[in-house]
Design a protein around this ligand. Structure first.
Ligand SMILES: [Zn+2]
Length: 603
């Protein structure tokens, strides 16, 4: 049963994360920030106009790297403090203050990139040869040369960076602060509603009348804010379009994919192939849900119910640890030590409270340990969510130790591979240890309804919608709520065919996703899961050697491109094969669910 969320101030400390390791609590945040602003000015004075040869390149980058290592701890603190309570004015102020200071710092230090890129190519190449430390960073930087603007223009743009980031902040303010949900009523009874409770509970509520009423009440509130949210989103899109044009990219897609180090065909393939080939399998799954639940019609509001709600094991935080330890043990003692520390040293924020960001995420500041945000509902499903976030943690726990701060992060294309890998490891572990039909069906339906649904359906449909939006923007047009609703609806209808009724309110789903402020992110979920599905199969079949290769991939961080990283783990993503294999694997899982359901019903 959902209850109103308590304010953050009443949450027991053991359910919260400990942010004190991010900066020495005896120093005030402001003081450290002021010192860093001064340091940036010192760096500017020391090097501006003086980066002339390979040895000064190496000197400036050495200082810059040390500077970034300090900055990242503050930025992480500013972001994390506000993420657990958007209504906390103090945290909001700290975050804005940091944003403003970071923009100033960015502008003060923009000369580094500018000067490096105005140097003759041979000078940079000489530094690449002389320095193993900066080799990868400089190679990536050289790729940017054709898109670089005049140093003064770069400086001005950097000074505006917090303004450029403003749409994302506005989006969150509308969603988390302004939008207040009233209780909704079913048969004379009142039920509380919030973003977190809708996405965490009501969407999966087994009682059809309550679930659909929650969806209607939720959609009604979204609708009140559709125009503000659309305008905010359009501002983001127009900023991206202007940047792409100013920097002379051929298209907004080329601009947004540039840092991902993948070409357009890898992007398009994910969207096209999944929309076409996965849709029939997922329609079959929707029909199975409808049959099992005896629904008159299958609506958009019914897609998140579990196959067997009477069989959703409850789990405490303490119990989750045992499952996760057992499932991830295959990753070795060093990995498990990280898992243990994440619980015992309060790296994880489990609380459910008012104003907390929805969903779950992991933040892995360089030189510190990872932090995980999750809103623990007590359902077994959370083991998958937590394993996923620990996958991100395990990735950067390894990469941050092995690589310098400039080389630790790989392309976004690869980011969701280690996280979804852990979901597969949990599923494989649970399946291996169960002979019970109902438990087996629960595990497989968790993989289908959570892991694959989330990454191959939810985010993929976001990606298909996002591509249509960007096509519009690239043609010089803008968007408003009506246009976004129409695009979203058409994407949903195309995918679900006649298996699902796309009810009123479904078209507003575009309002729910913060990913649209992070570029071409949504499609990378299915890209990452394609890689992890293939590697997890190798781990099942080959054991230790496959695990060892995977750990090497994690340690490589951002020193390799996504194609190279996948190759290290034995997967060739330059072909369609891994994606096709993954789609047919999902088809097999859905068939297995149909088979198990028939067996259970025949008992
Ligand atoms: Zn993730």
């Amino acid at each position: 049963m959902v209850t109103s969320l308590p304010p953050r101030s009443t949450i027991p400390i053991e359910e919260t994360w400990d942010l004190s390791s991010l900066y020495n609590s005896s120093d005030s945040f402001n003081l450290v920030l002021e010192n860093l602003e001064q340091e940036a000015k010192d760096l500017n004075r020391k090097f501006q106009g003086k980066i002339v040869d390979s040895s000064t390149i190496i000197l400036v980058l050495t200082d810059y790297m040390a500077f970034l290592e300090k900055l990242v701890l503050l930025s992480t603190h500013a972001n994390l403090a506000v993420s657990t309570d958007q209504t906390d004015d103090k945290a909001q102020l700290q975050s804005s203050k940091f944003g403003a200071a970071a923009a100033k710092i960015g502008s003060t230090l923009s000369f580094i990139t500018s000067e490096l890129l105005t140097l003759p190519k041979e000078t940079v190449e000489q530094a690449i040869e002389e320095s193993a430390e900066f080799n990868v960073f400089l190679k990536k930087l050289l790729r940017k040369k054709p898109y670089q603007l005049h140093p003064e223009a770069e400086k001005s743009l950097a000074a505006y960076s917090s303004t450029f980031n403003a749409p994302y902040g506005l989006y969150n303010t509308t969603k988390m602060v302004d939008m207040n949900f009233e209780d909704f009523e079913v048969n004379g009874q009142q039920y509380p509603l919030s973003y977190v409770s809708f996405e965490g509970d009501w969407e999966a509520e087994p009682d059809t009348e309550i679930r659909r009423a929650a969806f209607d009440a939720f959609s009604k509130k979204l609708k009140d804010y559709q125009h503000t949210t659309a305008k905010t989103y359009d501002m983001q899109l127009q900023t991206e379009k202007t940047t792409a044009d100013l920097r002379r990219y051929d298209s907004i897609f080329d601009y947004l994919l540039f840092n991902q180090e993948v070409n357009r065909s890898l992007y398009d393939r994910q969207i096209d192939l999944i929309t076409k080939e996965l849709a029939p399998h997922m329609q079959k799954y929707a029909k199975l849900l409808q049959k099992v639940h005896g629904l008159d019609r299958m609506t958009f509001a019914d897609l998140k119910i579990s196959l067997d709600p009477s069989y959703e094991p409850e789990i405490t935080v303490e119990e989750s640890k045992q499952y996760i330890d057992d499932a991830l043990a295959i990753m070795g003692p060093d990995y498990i030590e990280m898992v243990d520390r994440s619980y015992s040293e309060r790296w994880i924020d489990f609380a459910q409270n008012k104003g907390k960001s929805t969903g779950a995420f992991c933040s892995s500041p360089y030189g510190n340990h990872p932090y995980i945000l999750i809103s623990w509902t007590g359902r077994m499903n959370e083991v998958f969510v937590l394993a996923h976030e620990l996958g991100h943690a395990g990735h950067f726990y390894n990469a941050n130790r092995e690589q310098n701060i400039l080389n630790a992060r790989p392309s976004l294309y690869f980011i969701e591979a280690p996280s979804t890998m852990n979901e597969m490891l949990v599923a494989n572990h649970l399946l291996k240890n169960s002979g019970d039909l109902k438990f087996k069906r629960w595990v497989i339906s968790s993989i289908v309804a959570r892991t694959y649904y989330h990454n191959f359906v939810t985010h993929l449909l976001e990606a298909a919608y996002q591509r249509k939006v960007y096509e519009r923007i690239d043609a010089g047009q803008s968007v408003n709520a009506g246009i976004l609703n129409t695009i979203k609806r058409s994407v949903l209808e195309e995918f679900w065919g006649d298996a699902v009724d796309i009810t009123d309110g479904a078209e507003l789903t575009w309002m729910r996703q913060p990913h649209y402020y992070l570029g071409l992110y949504p499609y990378t979920y299915s890209a990452g899961l394609t890689i992890s599905t293939q590697v997890s199969k190798r781990i099942l079949n080959e054991g230790q050697p496959a695990v060892d290769e995977w750990l090497e991939v994690l340690k490589a961080g951002g020193t390799k491109s996504p194609v190279e990283l996948a190759q290290m783990a034995g997967v060739d993503i330059t072909t369609e094969q891994p994606l096709r294999d993954t789609i047919s694997y999902i088809g097999e899982l859905v068939d297995e669910l149909v088979r198990l359901t028939n067996e259970i019903e025949a008992e």
